[in-house]
Write a protein that binds this ligand. Structure first.
Ligand code: 26W
Length: 825
């Protein structure tokens, strides 16, 4: 109903056109006669932006006026993708805009594509944060995101001669979705020393004499909810020299170079997103980024709280802060510092407030991804914070000693400070100690953290501190936006678009599984999406693929634990098997396209080798006259959110094949199934819950279980493993013969399996992987059976909405309630 009178609505398409023309002619200072697609995009974005701003302001006023508890989501990554399409759909005016743009001579699809992705993230963790923002706004929760405004997002990937080449992603040229708040700034301090003094009462007080000050400037991004006036705020901090431009004193005294150098050093803090996913490298600049962002955000949150004139003990009733992995853990220390050093609270009183304010989400169990910072580095950069960390650890270890006397090993095991050379601060332990709830992101993952990496903390704090919130995805972007025809078909059978707000309604599709017309349309939509992807593949790689083939997709960051190497070994096996057949036999085989995409961290040598092998196999297989359409292998360059929106709706089968126990959840698995694709996967992460929801006959599971991994690794280390599957041996031999180019280039991938302990258990799972693929072929030949599986699966996906997920956080962790527009009083 609000849509009728909403501030964010255009009355009609003429009203929209008028605004577009006005922006072209005034804001952009161009004439309609030289308005290209870029200008049409800019003007359309500005027109919608104007509308959003009104609801955005009202939402902020409403939340302030009602004095409601707010959620603050601290994430170093927000992988937003494009905003215009999403904004138009959320206010339900895309059709009007399509008509208006057509009048002006543009196709809306072309206009939408002019927008640069906001790619301020690496992968799963960053995209989850973006889905959460969409749900928080759509469900009317008073919530803010806090992050960094990187000048360069995740690098663009080019594939040159089969190798990944990184190109900087400068994305801020024209960004209508951000609003600089030059009046909202915070001075952030680094380095220096700490003075201990005593106040009149003889109580010790600590004064941090900082050595460097940098200015944080706020940039705000409106986050519109779907079908609601609520428009939340994402606040991103940009770093600037504290003295403004550059230091005039230095400048005037002739020290021009060093004044410019100071300015550059300050701006470097928010210059670039670290491109590592699941790898901690411990760089000083990264720690600087973390503190800069955390300190600015907390200052902002505390400033807002102080305006309410409430007493400090009410802080956790007004503020919930969620830590997206350990990257913002310094916020715990910073809030304690503010409360004791600046506000004069007693340690215990302050610490209660801190613990009740924070929640911590863990997103990985990979040991190399668990953050540790060296004590000397923290001492140097944040001397007062190091003292507070030591005090937090002292009180914590005293508690442990009281409750577990004689367990001296335990103290060393759980200490926040690792007694190594140099000493290290274990950020996950600090996050656990400083939060009231810790959660994993899928059932298996939450069980694993309780029984492995955090098991001692379950004993110390009790099991109730640890919980599970299985990840989810927003159906607005990942169904309605990415797959509009499927969304319309579902709407036509489930009573309109309500399923987009209540995804459980998808279960009504079960009534149509046998409906001939419905099934036909369902299949046609998938086919049309495959035709669209085939065009994209042709345009970007030059390879022609037949849309009637089975599209088999693995798109995600390249990592050994995700096992793209096993996938490409499997494709080689398929190629060799086809070559073995007589031409007559061959023609009876099912045609396949193996589609890969994903970025490798620039310093991750093995991941880059995997990309190179995929491309090398592609150039042999795709040009083999014996093979033709029966097998194509393509690597899609520069996988990102907007490419995902094309790829995911076009998949028949997607691969989620991590070594059991390594993928915390995975979220693309949910996106693929929601779009009618089936999964081949291991019993890992959310695959397990997906199986439970959609039914075992609808998923191709294979491989060893998480509980077997330790023993298998042990066997590899002591040479007790089974001999390699002859199929895998043959794949290795073929690579080593030079069939796919210089074998030296791929020697590392093979020796990791054959000589170096096969840590990711490729050899242990290869046979069952190949068998599962044979099952896929068999199932796909039965097209009717496949369509039944596809529809049944989508019907079961209601659980995986990020709306469900946000409701769980709100109830179990944040204790916050939605605030509807009519509750403004
Ligand atoms: C310090 C370097 C670093 C950078 C990023 C360490 C760890 C990370 C992230 C936590 C890695 C990540 O994105 N994890 C993914 O989180 C998703 C959302 O919960 C899960 O679905 C994925 O399984 C998990 O790999």
């Amino acid at each position: 109903a609000w849509l009728k009178n909403q501030a964010s609505a255009f009355k009609d398409k003429e009203g929209f056109e008028h605004e577009v023309v006005r922006h072209v002619e005034t804001t952009l200072a161009r004439s309609l006669y030289n308005c290209d697609e870029v200008a049409a995009y800019s003007a359309t974005a500005l027109a919608f932006r104007d509308r959003l701003i009104l609801e955005w302001n009202r939402t902020q006023q409403r939340q302030t006026f009602t004095d409601s508890k707010r959620v603050y989501y601290l994430s170093l990554e927000f992988l937003m993708g494009r905003a215009l399409d999403n904004a138009m759909l959320n206010v339900k005016q895309k059709d009007l805009a399509r008509d208006g743009l057509a009048d002006l001579g543009f196709r809306i699809e072309d206009v939408i594509q002019q927008e640069h992705d906001a790619a301020l993230g690496n992968g799963g963790l960053g995209r989850l944060a973006a889905c959460f923002l969409d749900s928080l706004a759509s469900l009317n929760f008073p919530a803010w995101g806090y992050g960094l405004r990187y000048r360069y997002g995740i690098f663009k990937q080019e594939i040159i001669d089969g190798y990944q080449v990184e190109v900087p992603d400068y994305w801020l040229d024209f960004n209508p979705w951000e609003f600089p708040r030059h009046d909202v700034t915070v001075d952030i301090q680094f380095y220096g020393s700490v003075q201990k003094k005593t106040d009149e009462a003889g109580k010790p007080v600590f004064h941090w004499d900082a050595g460097e000050t940098v200015k944080a400037v706020a940039y705000d991004v409106p986050i519109p909810g779907y079908d609601t006036p609520t428009t939340n705020n994402l606040r991103l901090w940009s770093s600037k020299a504290a003295s403004g431009e550059f230091d005039f004193q230095k400048f005037n005294s002739g020290d021009y170079e060093s004044s410019v150098a100071d300015q550059q050093r300050a701006e470097t803090i928010s210059a670039v997103l670290y491109p590592n996913d699941n790898l901690d490298r411990g760089k000083e600049l990264r720690l600087k980024q973390q503190y800069f962002w955390v300190a600015a955000s907390l200052y902002d949150i505390v400033r807002r709280f102080k305006k309410t004139k409430r007493s400090w003990k009410e802080f956790p009733q007004q503020v919930a802060i969620q830590l997206n992995d350990t990257h913002p853990t310094l916020a715990i220390v910073e809030l304690q510092r503010i409360l004791i050093d600046l506000e004069g609270l007693e340690w215990n009183e302050a610490w209660d407030i801190v613990v009740n304010t924070f929640g911590y989400t863990n997103h990985t169990v990979l040991p190399e991804a668990l953050e540790k910072w060296s004590v000397p580095l923290i001492q140097h950069l944040l001397p007062r914070h190091l003292q507070i960390i030591y005090d937090i650890n002292l009180y914590f270890l005293q508690k442990v000693e009281r409750e577990f006397p004689d367990e001296h090993e335990l103290l060393r095991e759980v200490s926040i400070i690792e007694e190594s050379q140099p000493k290290m601060v274990r950020m996950a332990y600090l996050a656990i100690v400083g939060s009231h709830k810790v959660n994993g992101v899928a059932e298996l993952h939450s069980d694993l953290i309780k029984t492995t990496i955090f098991k001692d903390f379950v004993r110390i704090f009790g099991p109730d501190k640890f919980t599970n919130v299985t990840n989810g995805i927003t159906p607005r972007r990942w169904l309605h936006q990415a797959n509009p025809r499927l969304s319309e078909l579902i709407a036509s059978k489930t009573g309109g678009h309500d399923f987009l707000k209540d995804l459980k309604k998808l279960n009504q599709l079960e009534h149509y599984v046998e409906d001939k017309e419905f099934r036909k349309e369902w299949a046609e939509i998938k086919y049309a999406n495959k035709v669209r992807l085939a065009k994209h593949i042709k345009a970007s790689t030059g390879v022609t693929v037949n849309p009637a083939s089975l599209f088999d997709v693995q798109v995600k960051r390249i990592h050994e634990y995700k096992r793209q190497q096993m996938n490409i070994f499997g494709a080689i096996h398929r190629y060799l098997t086809l070559k073995d057949l007589s031409p007559e036999e061959r023609q009876k085989q099912l045609p396949r396209v193996s589609i890969f995409g994903g970025k490798a961290a620039p310093g991750y040598w093995m991941a880059k080798q995997i990309i190179h092998l995929i491309n090398s196999v592609g150039s042999v297989v795709n040009n083999d006259k014996d093979i033709g359409d029966l097998l194509k292998v393509v690597f899609l360059e520069d996988y990102n959110v907007s490419k995902a929106e094309i790829i995911i709706p076009a998949s028949d089968l997607s691969e989620h094949i991590s070594t059991a126990g390594t993928e915390a959840s995975g979220t693309s698995n949910m996106k693929f199934v929601l779009n009618g694709g089936l999964i081949i996967g291991t019993c890992d992460g959310a695959n397990i819950e997906i199986t439970r929801e959609i039914g075992e006959p609808n998923i191709f599971l294979f491989g060893n279980l998480a509980e077997d991994v330790e023993a298998l690794r042990h066997d590899h280390r002591y040479g007790k493993s089974n001999p390699l599957d002859p199929k895998l041996v043959r794949v290795f031999e073929e690579i080593e013969k030079g069939t796919f180019g210089n074998p030296q280039d791929f020697a590392g991938m093979i020796s990791a399996v054959r000589e170096h302990g096969d840590y990711y258990l490729v050899s242990d799972d290869f046979s069952s992987y190949i068998e599962a693929h044979a099952e896929v072929d068999k199932a796909y030949r039965d097209q009717e059976g496949w369509i039944t599986k596809s529809i049944t699966s989508v019907a079961g996906m209601g659980f995986f909405s990020s709306d469900r997920c946000i409701h769980e956080y709100a109830e179990e962790i944040w204790n916050v309630e939605p605030l509807k527009a009519d509750q403004a009083g």
